[in-house]
Design a protein around this ligand. Structure first.
Ligand SMILES: [Fe+2]
Length: 335
């Protein structure tokens, strides 16, 4: 891709109403989507640990219940008077890009362009039209495979409904669009409602399962593990049909060491929001990964992990130092 920026809208459709033309002019005036390169993979020692494990224990219990209370009962009342996230995302959303060569990637496979979206958090902080413009712009880059690594809602399963038309173009990717559950997808108590809603627009949920996908003259295996905190990860089931997947969707990056031990060479995650609020050039104020896997690319032994900051926001309709993003990953076989 030669151009270094993508516009939200590129052409005004003919014959539209005054309202639509006004909306088009407004969008044209907005900043184009920024693009940036991800830094090279950070090597892990396997010793990175926090004293507090954010995935369980009293701290997680408190945080989880606060999150549910705020997401389900406070947000809906706040949104009418305070929602700056639409303003922020239209100005600060960026496409992060990288090229990786995972060990074990079949040499006969042609390069594969994967669009990673995570933590969309449909709900009161995000507007369907905003998401629709972002998805439209990203799909113009023609990713061959789209993956959504969990937390598609904030506090209710039904929150995805008004966003289905915005998400539907993702299923137009040549090799399909695939989803795995995150912790927020369980907050409403009925994640299967999300699975059915996404299925209706052509996005398939992988919950402890894998699928073999044909690409060029060969195939690769894509798998999705259930959420680490509120789901029921089942590794034997995930690997029962095709063995270790070439690409694993795992909402929580803290699945990484288990994935590496089981022979997975590329894991795609989200969950951390990159900290969502960070001190300038400093660590996240609230850290969601026990192993400090905050954002970007990591390598342990020969296994790679990509952690996206994600697109949405929770608790506060704001980000600082960890702007919203999608990640375009070009996978090429090692020479
Ligand atoms: Fe999230």
């Amino acid at each position: 891709m030669n151009c270094d920026r993508i516009c939200f809208a590129s052409a005004a459709p003919l014959g539209h109403s005054l309202c639509e033309v006004t909306e088009f002019i407004r969008l044209k005036k907005e900043s184009p989507i920024q693009r940036r390169q991800l830094a090279p993979a950070k090597a892990l020692t396997g010793e990175e640990r926090r004293r507090i494990n954010p995935n369980n224990g009293l701290v997680k219990l408190f945080e989880r219940n606060m999150d549910v209370l705020v997401s389900r009962f406070l947000y809906p009342h706040l949104s009418a008077i305070w929602n700056p996230y639409t303003w922020l995302i239209r100005r600060r959303f960026a496409l992060a890009e990288t090229t990786v060569s995972p060990t074990g990637w079949p040499r006969e496979l042609p390069p594969l362009r994967v669009l990673l979206l995570s933590d969309i958090h449909c709900g009161i902080f995000l507007k369907p039209d905003t998401l629709a413009h972002i998805v439209h712009s990203l799909m113009k880059l023609a990713p061959e495979l789209v993956v959504v690594s969990g937390d598609i809602v904030t506090g209710h399963s039904r929150e995805v409904q008004p966003f289905l038309h915005a998400l539907a173009p993702l299923a137009g990717a040549r090799l399909g669009a695939w989803f795995c559950f995150g912790n927020h997808d369980y907050f409403g108590g009925d994640p299967d409602e999300i699975r059915k809603s996404l299925n209706a627009i052509g996005i398939t949920t992988l919950m402890n399962e894998s699928i073999r996908i044909a690409h060029g003259s060969s195939t690769f295996v894509l798998g999705g593990i259930d959420d680490l905190i509120l789901g029921k990860p089942d590794w034997p089931r995930l690997m029962s049909q095709f063995g270790a997947p070439h690409i694993l969707l795992a909402h929580n990056p803290d699945h990484f060491y288990e994935a590496e031990a089981r022979g997975v060479h590329l894991t795609l995650s989200g969950h951390t929001h990159g900290g969502q609020i960070r001190l300038p050039k400093g660590p996240p104020i609230i850290r969601q990964s026990r192993f400090c896997l905050d954002e970007g690319i990591y390598i342990f032994h020969s296994s790679l992990l990509v952690v996206s900051r994600g697109l949405g926001s929770i608790v506060l309709p704001w980000r600082w130092g960890a702007d919203p993003e999608a990640v375009m990953i070009e996978i090429v076989a090692a020479q």
